[in-house]
Ligand binder design. Structure first.
Ligand code: SF4
Length: 341
């Protein structure tokens, strides 16, 4: 609940309004794991909150640490469903990659989460709880959040948006909108809704192909929202918010790194407020796609740069523990794999 909703609920239940600010601070500033820790509340109010199962608490079942410093957490919910959350420490920054769904219905051909299908939506509380748990493991506060873990954030639009409202609230964490990235496979109506909010978030589009035939093969959502709909929606987003749109493009050897792919990408991205992130594909066991070599990536990046499009070549973190983009979703079975290997 937002502070005003919390206040209305507490007042209707016979408690003074000012308690709402205290409770909100305990949850979103202190990050308590139990209502018993809310030490400036009367015992009776703490019991009331407990009786209403007020806090959503998950538990970290396992942590896999990569040799590059990142870690993947397997977080279990009371209904025994699990999600994965990734901790990415980078000097003074601590970025967290959050999940928004258990599984995913989008079925992208290169993605481990998509392979497993959709189980359920996460609530905004479960999204925020990932932040609390990851911070307690990392023992430092998060500076950046990326909604890029398991699931399609914009297919869980209301809960995703609510979690951001709560994380951004000045009485709580007060995490700046510019420090939050939402990644989507390209749900056009939701991109438009997001743009209408006018928030200063970073919008990242998982593009991965600049031709409709190939994109529809890699990302089935493209059949519903082809590039002729997606790109204008992104341009409107940039216009509505004044924010540069980021495109993610995982280079897959022999699939999307050819001359005509570079030309098609140039045609889509030239001349407007956007930026391209090139990443090597992160391989998923059982899927036929392989990453490009570093020299192939550099060559592709040079072609795009020559067309005047800002490009960054990014390294993927957490590959050795299947924590990199596209590799999440192993769940408990994936954990078993790590134990055995
Ligand atoms: S890439 Fe994202 S949207 Fe596509 S299947 Fe994987 S989690 Fe879902």
């Amino acid at each position: 609940m937002l502070p005003q909703e919390l206040a209305a609920w507490l007042v209707a239940s016979g408690y003074p309004k000012y308690r709402a600010k205290q409770v909100f601070g305990w949850i979103h500033k202190t990050g308590v794991s139990s209502t018993d820790e809310m030490s400036n509340l009367p015992r009776e109010l703490r019991s009331f909150l407990k009786d209403h199962s007020f806090l959503t608490i998950g538990s970290v079942e396992t942590q896999h640490k990569s040799k590059d410093g990142s870690s993947k957490l397997l977080i279990a919910w009371p209904d025994d469903q699990v999600v994965e959350t990734v901790i990415l420490p980078q000097r003074e920054r601590l970025s967290l990659c959050l999940s928004t769904q258990v599984g995913c219905a989008m079925g992208c051909a290169f993605c481990a989460t998509g392979k497993g299908g959709f189980e359920r939506q996460l609530t905004s509380s479960e999204i925020i709880e990932q932040v609390r748990l990851a911070e307690s493991v990392a023992q430092r506060p998060a500076t950046n959040l990326v909604y890029m873990g398991m699931g399609e954030p914009l297919a869980n639009f209301d809960q995703t948006i609510r979690s951001i409202e709560l994380l951004n609230h000045p009485q709580g964490r007060n995490l700046g909108m510019r420090h939050i990235t939402i990644s989507t496979c390209g749900l056009v109506p939701q991109i438009e809704r997001l743009g209408e909010l006018g928030w200063q978030l970073v919008l990242a589009i998982s593009l991965h192909a600049a031709r409709d035939d190939l994109r529809s093969e890699l990302m089935p959502i493209n059949k519903k929202y082809p590039l002729a709909k997606l790109i204008p929606a992104c341009k409107r987003y940039a216009k509505d918010t004044g924010r540069r749109v980021t495109f993610e493009y995982a280079l897959i050897a022999g699939v999307n790194n050819g001359e005509r792919d570079a030309r098609a990408l140039g045609n889509l991205l030239q001349g407007w407020l956007c930026h391209l992130n090139l990443i090597p594909l992160n391989p998923v066991p059982g899927l036929p796609y392989r990453p490009c070599s570093p020299s192939e990536i550099r060559e592709f990046a040079n072609k795009i740069e020559r067309m005047g499009i800002p490009v960054t070549v990014r390294a993927s973190l957490g590959q050795d523990v299947a924590a990199a983009c596209g590799q999440l979703g192993g769940g408990r079975a994936g954990d078993e794999h790590f134990r055995k290997n």
